[in-house]
Design a protein around this ligand. Structure first.
Ligand code: NAP
Length: 277
């Protein structure tokens, strides 16, 4: 049976250390989250982020806008926050309402306050193998989890399923920067099962049930980023946990794996931006 990559346990360990560090700062680091529209999942994510921030002494603020907010209004607010020396970190919760350009909004965030690492400056530095101000939260959380369990990346074949800017692409690049040999799969990939059979490490970020134990190499490491609700309203990951944990040496559960690590990375990134500022 596979060893569980326990994101909740690691979250608690990191947050405890981070709280002690923040207690020693002369002022609280500050995180501002912009939430536009009324996407129910986004509201839950944003409130969870605030709860964790408050718990460890990060000063967090959620700015809510209705779904008919204009792009100009959001851009003006970002400009104001960029210029506010009391704000260390800015996060714009995605997705944005229809008609608002995600690119224009993200590009407006100062790279020094870009807590998600999504601005072209930070993304560009990541992809050119240089240090960005901070690394994108979800892939950073995945790497922290692998490191905690002493999982070697160098020379390993890592297969990333999904190629979004939020997870798949930065994940693949960060694995590459850690000297893994990386294959990226997506909806046009032919014979995913054959590719997975050669994977030492699998990171799945799709949002549907796509991986089962038969597809996996014996002794591999499986990190499940995906989250969706099944027909019974139960939270699921991309990977069939029961069959996969028979073949894998390590596996992350959903919930309790990558999710807690994403929030943890957000807190770490906020503190890193505060320290750099
Ligand atoms: P996304 O933008 O919808 O991207 C999904 C990716 O999956 C796309 O690249 C798509 O390929 C690929 N895909 C779809 N069907 C496929 C198939 N049959 N075979 C192989 N690849 C396939 O989603 P995302 O934002 O990256 O998020 C992915 C999942 O992770 C979601 O469930 C999301 O909720 C979850 N997530 C979790 C966390 C966390 O903290 N745990 C954080 C972020 C996201 P194409 O590019 O070809 O369309």
């Amino acid at each position: 049976m596979a060893i569980i990559l326990d994101g909740k346990k690691l979250r608690e360990k990191i947050l405890e250390q981070l709280k002690i560090k923040i207690d020693g700062f002369y002022r609280k680091p500050s995180l501002v989250v912009i939430l536009a529209g009324d996407n129910p999942a986004s509201k839950i994510y944003v409130n969870n982020k605030k709860k964790v921030a408050d718990r460890i002494g990060i000063n967090s603020q959620i700015i809510n806008y209705p779904s008919n907010v204009s792009e100009e209004e959001l851009l003006n607010k970002i400009k104001e926050l960029n210029e506010d020396s009391g704000v260390d970190a800015i996060l714009v919760q995605l997705p944005l309402p229809d008609g608002i350009s995600k690119e224009n909004i993200i590009n407006a965030i100062s790279p020094e306050k870009d807590v998600d690492g999504f601005t072209p400056y930070n993304f560009g530095r990541l992809f050119s193998g240089e240090e960005p101000n901070v690394y994108p939260c979800t892939p950073k959380g995945v790497l922290l989890l692998l490191k905690e369990y002493n999982i070697e990346l160098e020379g390993k074949h890592a297969v990333v399923i999904g190629r979004s800017n939020i997870v798949g692409k930065p994940m693949a690049q960060m694995l590459l920067n850690n000297n893994a040999t990386v294959t990226v799969c997506h909806s046009y990939t032919k014979d995913l099962a054959q590719i997975l059979k050669t994977a030492d490490i699998v990171v799945s970020a799709v949002g549907k049930n796509i991986v089962n134990g038969d597809m996996l190499k014996q002794g591999c490491v499986v990190v499940d980023v995906g989250i969706f609700k099944d027909e019974n309203g139960k939270t699921r990951g991309d990977v069939d946990f029961d069959s996969a944990s028979k073949n894998a040496a390590y596996i992350s559960p959903v919930p309790g794996g990558v999710g807690p690590m994403t929030i943890t990375s957000l807190m770490l990134n906020t503190v890193e931006l505060y320290e750099k500022g």
